[in-house]
Design a protein around this ligand. Structure first.
Ligand SMILES: Nc1nc2c(ncn2[C@@H]2O[C@H](COP(=O)(O)OP(=O)(O)OP(=O)(O)O)[C@@H](O)[C@H]2O)c(=O)[nH]1
Ligand SMILES: [Mg+2]
Length: 473
């Protein structure tokens, strides 16, 4: 378990509310052994006739006090002060929160007063880091705090809340315990073979390990969905010039983001827009129409379109179905061979000369494509597109349940390493090796899982995690 370093000790203070604009109220938070003493130096309750300097020290915990903050005898603000004594606090230390008027100047003046009377500035995420170091929450829960603050949609918010409630840790703990028990049993049997025998043990162990693997795999699988929910689906709109790509971007983002004209080759550079559809985030990229461009600027644009398509999670291939397919379409179809594709048969308000069958017969059979007819002019087909996207990325993939947990990159890596160690044990069992060969890998698996909860984590990694937090959290 990590411990405080000398440098980290002391009483910290920060503005915990948003601190870039004025607001109704702001909160300055202090945490640490001196928090109450410092507050007593600067706060005078309306109930104190002669300030004793120990008013808060003598007050009950979890109470709110009305009074004023003074700095060297000068009034700073009229405040409500929340007094929370250790250990039932966010950090498990003494915590004081000063609710002041929300002007930036006055809030900063209160923070400065806290510093002047003994607190030091908190690092980003330092309150939560203390909560972790003091055992109030484990590392996966601390990570959930930042996720919850940054969540951009309901699904991710729900998953973060579940993780904050300990849904991941509570699943990991019994698995770790089981691994440790098995290891201890082997060690005990090796020490005391007369009383503890290992008859049939490896068969039982094998069954337990397979069950664990299945369990862990579920969480590993949640990573890719989690990434999409967290960061959005990287969606690239491709098509030949004039197909209606920019019109689609504008329709989906409900604003005139990209220039639309009837001149082929209007869009030269990629245009990115993040939009929210039915609780999904789409990182939409409109691109220059694919063709052999003679113009140098357009040609650079086309190269950029091709590059974008390579990294996409999803391609929206826009076909102008009022004009016959040509060599440009063939080039695009080649390009999207192994991709997730939705084909948009656009301009359905005009006479259609391209049919779904034409496209199916030319698209690679490896492509699992869906086709949707749209008209940007008549605003038709967009709802169906939204539903198709939802079906593809949320329904079926993500069961939005009370248990939904979406692991992050770091947690996934720990899980994958744990799986490898367990597979090593299974291999040793298959090879008929004696039980003492299992223990190292079992202990490794145990340790890798400990990285998720933070039981086995180095200082710099924990620091990296907390640095991502906002100030005052
Ligand atoms: N009739 C009809 N016209 C459309 C439709 N969608 C787009 N258009 C028209 O087609 C022309 C080209 O539309 P854009 O959205 O600029 O096409 P683009 O694919 O972005 O074209 P480039 O940027 O040149 O590659 C414009 O005149 C649009 O108004 C549609 O569904 N029906
Ligand atoms: Mg365009």
């Amino acid at each position: 378990m990590l411990q405080y370093s000398e440098l980290e000790a002391g009483t910290i203070a920060a503005i915990s509310t948003g601190n870039v604009t004025n607001a109704g109220i702001s909160i300055v938070r202090m945490s640490g052994p001196e928090a109450i003493a410092i507050a007593d130096r600067i706060f005078v309750s309306v109930h104190e006739k002669t300030p004793s300097g120990e008013y808060l020290a003598n007050a009950n915990s979890h109470t709110i006090h009305y009074g004023h903050i003074y700095s060297h005898g000068t009034l700073v603000d009229e405040v409500l002060l929340m007094l929370m004594k250790a250990p039932n606090t966010y950090t498990r230390e003494d915590v004081v929160e000063i609710n002041c008027h929300g002007g930036m100047l006055v809030t900063r003046a209160i923070l400065e007063t806290c510093y002047e009377y003994g607190a030091r500035p908190a690092e980003a995420g330092e309150f939560t880091k203390r909560a972790f170091l003091n055992g109030r929450m484990d590392l996966s829960q601390a990570e959930a705090v930042i996720d919850l603050i940054e969540a951009k949609n309901q699904i991710f918010m729900k998953a973060s809340l579940n993780q904050l409630e300990g849904k991941l840790s509570s699943q990991i703990a019994p698995i770790r315990e089981s691994l440790l028990n098995d290891c201890a049993h082997i060690e005990a049997a090796l020490d005391d073979p007369e009383h503890i025998d290992l008859e049939g043990f490896s068969t039982d162990l094998k069954n337990r390990l397979y069950a664990i693997l299945e369990n862990l795999q579920r969480y590993i699988d949640s990573f890719s969905s989690g990434k999409i929910v967290r960061e959005g689906i990287r969606t690239v709109i491709l098509g030949k010039p004039n197909a209606g790509k920019s019109s689609l971007l504008n329709a989906l983002s409900r604003c005139d983001r990209a220039i639309v004209t009837d001149i082929p080759g209007t869009t030269r550079d990629t245009i990115e827009e993040q939009i929210r559809l039915k609780d999904m985030l789409l990182n939409l990229v409109d691109t220059a129409g694919i063709r052999d461009a003679s113009d140098q600027v357009e040609s650079i644009g086309v190269d950029k379109s091709l590059k974008c398509a390579e990294d996409a999670d999803l391609i929206l291939y826009v076909v102008d179905c009022s004009t016959p397919l040509d060599a440009n379409d063939s080039k695009i179809m080649d390009l999207i061979r192994d991709k997730n594709v939705i084909v948009i048969l656009n301009k359905s308000d005009l006479d259609e000369v391209v049919t779904e069958e034409d496209l199916f017969s030319r698209l690679s059979p490896t492509n699992q494509v869906r086709m949707i007819h749209t008209s940007m002019v008549k605003e038709e087909g967009l709802e169906l597109l939204e539903e198709t996207l939802y079906d593809l990325y949320v329904k079926g993939r993500l069961v939005v349940s009370d248990d939904l947990v979406l692991v992050n990159d770091r947690q996934k890596n720990a899980l994958v390493s744990c799986v490898h160690s367990i597979e090593q044990v299974l291999q040793s069992i298959e090879l008929g090796l004696s039980e003492d060969f299992y223990t190292i890998d079992l202990m490794n698996a145990y340790a890798f899982l400990g990285r998720i909860t933070g039981d086995e984590v180095e200082d710099d990694l924990a620091n990296q995690i907390f640095e991502k937090f906002c100030m005052g959290k």
